[in-house]
Design a protein around this ligand. Structure first.
Ligand code: ADP
Length: 161
């Protein structure tokens, strides 16, 4: 039987416990999850794609069935190429909904073979975003509770805490 494969696309600048929560949930539904780190999603990321990929690889090293890949261009095209019929997206507090809904419908227009599945994180991670973590760290706050420890140290280093 063919493997059920899903793509989880995003910027992951940097990976948070919210992202990891979604990856673990996706692994309960799919045989393989490819975390696709978008090179072009954000114009001025804090970390390069290579570094974001490395952080993710380290964060998921104990999980079976996860691969991390950098991607360029349209996510649906990548999904078709990889023979994945599903895109995974995380839904946080209501703020994500409008944008995610618009993007899912657009992606469906781009490829009818690919559908989007939304997963909700644990309540503890409902408000975490990469952007918020960068704001906290740049204001001198600790981010240990939101990202893996090695990521927290790197953020602090870069933001010169
Ligand atoms: P984007 O692709 O918009 O740049 P991110 O890289 O921040 O977004 O996140 C990738 C995906 O993970 C998105 O679907 C986003 O909604 C989801 N996500 C981010 N943080 C969380 C979280 N704390 N809980 C659940 N989903 C999340």
């Amino acid at each position: 039987m063919e493997k059920r494969r899903a793509i989880y696309p995003g910027s992951f600048d940097p990976v948070t416990y919210g992202h990891l929560d979604i990856i673990k949930r996706a692994l309960c539904l799919f045989d393989e999850v490819i975390v696709a780190v978008a090179a072009n999603a954000e114009k001025t990321p804090l970390f390069s794609v290579d570094v974001r990929v490395r952080f993710l690889q380290r964060a998921v090293k104990d999980l079976r069935g996860v691969r991390v890949e950098p991607i360029q261009g349209l996510t649906v095209k990548y999904a078709v190429k990889m023979k994945a019929r599903t895109l995974i997206r995380g839904l946080r507090a209501t703020s994500d909904f409008d944008y995610e809904f618009q993007m899912a419908l657009t992606n469906r227009q781009l490829s009818r073979q690919v559908d989007t599945v939304f997963l909700m994180p644990s309540e503890s991670y409902f408000y975490i975003s990469s952007r918020l973590i960068k704001e906290i760290a740049s204001s001198g706050g600790r981010v240990d509770g939101y990202v893996p420890l090695f990521v927290a140290r790197e953020i602090e280093k870069i933001l010169q805490l």
